[in-house]
Design a protein around this ligand. Structure first.
Ligand SMILES: Nc1nc2c(ncn2[C@@H]2O[C@H](COP(=O)(O)OP(=O)(O)OP(=O)(O)O)[C@@H](O)[C@H]2O)c(=O)[nH]1
Ligand SMILES: [Mg+2]
Length: 413
């Protein structure tokens, strides 16, 4: 196990609690990456130092601490510039990893599918590109371990041009995957699509398993358990069905490269009709996680989508006062426990409600010989009434707005 010091900076007038909470999360991330946190430091500063981030004096102090504690790396809670990393490594003589580097490392270890591996490698290379300079030789990067693992690792020694070529190739490969996903989606386009989004570890995959009743999604009490999207058919009330997609979780200060690379994974959510924003309502100050997720959704142009706020893990909220406070603050939210099934029927009902809003009623007059069109309407729509008249069928049905738009004016009544 690598030993690590974690450090965060509290700027003047900033909220100390926020820095501490961010450090708690960083500690969890560090442990997820396989490090043992032997010391945590919060430095109070008036402003950030462009050369050393924490200032040269503090850097020297850290250096002696690192030596006496025999640590392998120092992890910063914020992103550092390539120059800051170089300067800090020179002074402290240990590996310096920033928050983005750490998150990328965890993603690299978690990636299983071809798509996830490509996406992570792409993000890693984009992150490394500005850091690839001759001055790297001051510290042997071949040591391996946290921050330098994963598919991007082998690229460290090659020059920038090669990295850039690799980035181009990876982008192409991702485009191909994105295209084939698009065709898959088209094939099932008539179904109502629901996507799970939310902070990592909030219970999205557990909820997918609960709603689809064929437990197949991986659930884990760790950060970023899910990297690959998974879609399942779920039954709603009154024989309605929908597609539910589970996807990668979000976290504070998620590296922008990573969001960009995971575009094809997130596409499933981007193209959905409705979002279920899953929240771990047991976490103190989960409101901040809601804001983080909303900001990321905003960046993905998903803020306007109809969204159901799912207040999950409510089995753990045993304090009635807290429950009513949360309900007051989020009146539209639905309390659930994906673990024991509480509130799941209510959630199904809420999804059905949105599905109904999403459907429009159409009246059609279709010639009997148009057998393909007739069977398509039966497949994608809910038939309310159907009458044969001469060589035509008069149909009254509920369709998705999307499907209704596909019908030509000629068959509309
Ligand atoms: N007590 C309780 N635990 C839950 C509930 N839902 C999920 N969990 C637990 O929370 C942990 C995380 O669950 P996941 O379903 O993997 O969370 P996720 O949102 O998919 O996480 P990522 O894939 O990492 O983004 C697991 O240990 C679950 O058993 C719940 O309603 N109540
Ligand atoms: Mg998951």
């Amino acid at each position: 196990m690598e030993k690590a010091i974690i450090i965060g900076v509290n700027l003047l007038h900033a909220d100390r609690r926020e820095v501490e909470e961010s450090l708690d999360e960083l500690a969890l991330l560090a442990e997820t990456a396989g490090a043992q946190v032997v010391r945590r430091v919060v430095q109070e500063r008036g402003r950030l130092d462009p050369a050393f981030y924490i200032g040269q004096g503090k850097a020297s102090h850290l250096a002696s601490e690192a030596e006496s504690l025999n640590v392998d790396l120092i992890i910063f809670d914020d992103d550092l510039s390539p120059a800051q990393v170089r300067n800090l490594e020179r002074v402290t003589k240990v590996k310096i990893v920033d928050r983005s580097g750490l998150i990328l490392d965890i993603f690299a270890r978690r990636a299983r599918s071809k798509e996830a591996k490509i996406q992570v490698e792409l993000a890693q290379l984009q992150y490394l590109l500005p850091r690839l300079t001759r001055q790297w030789s001051h510290l042997s990067r071949q040591v391996g371990g946290i921050g330098v693992r994963g598919p991007g690792e082998t690229q460290l020694e090659v020059d920038r041009r090669q990295v850039q070529n690799r980035i181009t190739n990876l982008r192409r490969a991702l485009n191909r995957i994105e295209k084939s996903r698009k065709t898959q989606r088209k094939r099932r386009s008539s179904m109502f699509r629901v996507a799970l989004v939310g902070y990592t570890n909030s219970g999205k995959s557990t909820l997918l398993n609960r709603l689809s009743e064929v437990p197949s999604a991986y659930v884990g009490n760790r950060l970023f358990a899910t990297l690959d999207p998974m879609t399942r058919v779920i039954d709603l009330s009154s024989h309605q069905r929908a597609l539910l997609t589970d996807t990668v979780g979000f976290i504070k200060k998620l590296p922008p490269h990573l969001i960009a690379s995971f575009h094809s994974t997130l596409e499933e959510a981007v193209e959905s009709d409705v979002l279920l924003h899953v929240v771990d309502a047991f976490r103190p100050r989960f409101e901040e996680q809601i804001i983080t997720v909303e900001n990321i959704l905003d960046g993905l142009q998903m803020a306007e989508k109809p969204t159901i706020l799912v207040l999950n893990k409510s089995d753990l909220v045993t304090n009635l006062k807290s429950l009513s406070r949360i309900q007051e603050r989020y009146p539209g939210g639905i309390f659930t426990s994906a673990l024991n099934g509480w509130g799941i029927d209510k959630l199904r009902g809420a999804i059905t409600g949105l599905l109904r809003q999403h459907r429009v009623e159409v009246r059609l007059r279709i010639p009997l010989r148009e057998t393909q069109l007739l069977s398509w309407v039966h497949r994608v729509g809910d038939i309310l009434s159907e009458v044969c008249q001469d060589n035509e069928v008069l149909i009254q049905a509920h369709l998705n707005q999307r499907d209704a738009n596909k019908l030509s004016e000629a068959v509309r009544v």
